[in-house]
Design a protein around this ligand. Sequence first.
Ligand SMILES: *[C@@H]1O[C@H](CO)[C@@H](O)[C@H](O)[C@H]1NC(C)=O
Ligand SMILES: *[C@@H]1O[C@H](CO)[C@@H](O)[C@H](O)[C@H]1NC(C)=O
Ligand SMILES: *[C@@H]1O[C@H](CO)[C@@H](O)[C@H](O)[C@H]1NC(C)=O
Ligand SMILES: *[C@@H]1O[C@H](CO)[C@@H](O)[C@H](O)[C@H]1NC(C)=O
Ligand SMILES: *[C@@H]1O[C@H](CO)[C@@H](O)[C@H](O)[C@H]1NC(C)=O
Length: 525
Amino acid sequence: MMKELGFSLQLLVVSLVMAEMVSGADEFSRYDFPPGFTFGAGTSAYQVEGAANEDGRTPSIMDTWTHSDNSVITGGANGDIACDQYHKYKEDVQLMAEMGLDAYRFSISWSRLIPNGRGAVNPKGLQYYNNLISELISHGIQPHVTIHHFDLPQVLEDEYGGWISRNIVKDFMEYADVCFRMFGDRVKYWTTFNEANIFTMSGYDLGFLPPNRCSSPFGYFDCTKGDSSSEPYLAAHNIILSHASVARLYQKKYQSIQKGYIGLNLLSFFFVPITNKTEDVIATQRANDFFMGWFVEPLVRGDYPEVMKKNAGSRLPSFTALESETVKGSFDFFAVNFYSVSYVKDYSEGLNVEPRDYKADMALDWNFMQENASSKYTSLPSFEFPLTPWGLQGVLELFKQNYGNPPIFIHENGQRMQRNTTLEDWPRIQCLQEHISALLDSVRNGSNAKGYFTWSLLDVFELLDGFRSSFGLYYVDLDDPGLRRYPKLSAEWYSHFLKGGSITPNAGIELKGNWSSLSSAQVMK
Ligand SMILES: *[C@@H]1O[C@H](CO)[C@@H](O)[C@H](O)[C@H]1NC(C)=O
Ligand SMILES: *[C@@H]1O[C@H](CO)[C@@H](O)[C@H](O)[C@H]1NC(C)=O
Ligand SMILES: *[C@@H]1O[C@H](CO)[C@@H](O)[C@H](O)[C@H]1NC(C)=O
Ligand SMILES: *[C@@H]1O[C@H](CO)[C@@H](O)[C@H](O)[C@H]1NC(C)=O
Ligand SMILES: *[C@@H]1O[C@H](CO)[C@@H](O)[C@H](O)[C@H]1NC(C)=O
C-alpha cells in the first residue's frame, strides 16, 4: 500500500524534514496583519454536505469513485452522509460565528444545483445554497465559494468524457453563470477550480482520484480507461480554457455590479533540491514549472512553461493566439493550498524512455525521493505532517519573484492527525501558530497575501483517508445519529487569535486552563 501510493504520499502527505519547533517565535496578533486581511476555515461540498441522494442531487464523479473498488484509499468510506451540513448548516454557521471566523470557504455541488449538468436548475439545490449564503452573511461571515472541487456531474463524464472534451467549456460557463446570477449579490470571492494540478495529475495520470483515468504501466490501480501520456495535459488545457472563459464572463457581465473577485486554486509544493548540484537545482525549477507553472504561466503570461513544451512535445496542447489572449490575465487572485515541502533529485536520463506520462516528463528521480519520504514518514507521529512553515514563505516568495506578486489567498493549511476522540490537538495548534507567524513575516517582507484559511472547519470526509484521518477544528461524532460537533483545543486557540488575542509560545497552554473546565461539560463518551 505504501509503495503503491508512494507518489501521492510523497507529494500530498509527507515531506522529508522533521518538524522544527519554533517555540521562540515573537508574540503576534491578527492586528499585526494589514487591515482587511481575512482569516477563515474551509470545507468542500462532497466532503461535508452529505444528503448525496436527496432533493434531486445526482451523482458526481466523487460519488462514483467512492462507491467503486478504486476507493480503497478511503478505507471504503464515502460522503453519502459526511457531516450532514446540508441539514445542519445553521448549527455550523453558529459555530463559525462563535469562533469569530471572518470567512467560510466552501464549494457548490454542480450536480445538486444542476442535476443534468446543464439546463434546468434544481429549486431545492438553489434554495440550499441561498440559505447557507444568507445565513453566513447575516452572521457577518464572508462566503468564499469554489465552483468545482473535484466533483463533476457523472452525467457529463458519461456523455462526453468530462474535462477531456472541449464540450465542457460551454457547460462549465453555463453552470458558473447560474452561480454568479443567483449568488453573486452576496458572494464576493469566487474560485473556479480547487487544486487544478492535483485533479489532473491524480485523475488522469496516476488514476487514484476520480475520474480514475490512467493507462498501464503508469496508474496506481488497474486502469480500464484513459491515457496517462496525454490526458493529464488535455484535461488541464480544458480546465485552463474553462477557467479563463468563466473569469472573462464574470469580468464582463458581473464584476462592475457585484464588485467581487475571481481566481484559481492550486496545491502548492515548495520544492527544495536534495543537493546543491546544478542538475538538482535545475530539476527543482523544472518541478516547479510542471506543478505550478503549468497553470500559473498561462494565466500570467499566456503560455505553458518552455520546459513542459520541450519534454511533453505534441502531447501538450497549444493555445491559439486568441486563446492565449483570453487566458492571459484572467484572474484577480491565485489561491494556494500548502501542507509541506518536497525535496527534488534530478533524473534527466528518464527523458530517453518512451512512452512517458506527465510524471516521467518531469524527469525527477521518484524512487529516490520516495525511499527517503517513506523512511522519514514512518518515524513521524501517526498521520502528522512534518511542519515546514518556511516552505509557505518560499511559495509566497516564488509568486512574488516569478509571477508578478499577485494577490494570494492561502486556501488550505492545517495538520493531519489520526481521527479519534482526542480533543487536545496540540500538533494542530503548533501547525497553525507556526504557519500564521511565518505568513506574517512574508507579508511584512512584501508578499501580496490577502487571507488564510485553515483546512478544515470540521472533521470531514477526507479524500485520501476517508474518516481515518482528521484536519478539523471540530470533531464530529459519527456514532451519534445527530452527528454532534465537539470543539477541539485548536478551535479555542483559533478563536482566541480571531478575536484579537495575542499569540505567544504559551498561548495554547493558557487557553487550556479555561478549556478544560469548559470541556468537562462536553466530555466525550
Ligand atoms: C546548498 O547551499 C546552501 C547555500 O550555500 C546551503 O544553505 C544548503 O545547506 C546547501 N544544501 C545542501 C543539501 O548541501
Ligand atoms: C535518502 O537521501 C540520502 C541523501 O540525502 C541518501 O544518502 C539515501 O540513500 C536516501 N535514502 C534513504 C532511505 O535515506
Ligand atoms: C489519537 O491519535 C493521536 C495521534 O494523532 C494519538 O496520539 C492518541 O493517542 C490517539 N488517541 C486515542 C484515544 O486513540
Ligand atoms: C524578502 O524579500 C526579498 C525580495 O523578494 C527576498 O530576496 C528575501 O529572500 C525575502 N526574505 C525572506 C525571509 O523571505
Ligand atoms: C480565561 O477565562 C477568563 C475568565 O473568563 C478570562 O478572563 C481570560 O482572559 C481567559 N484566558 C484566556 C487565555 O482566554
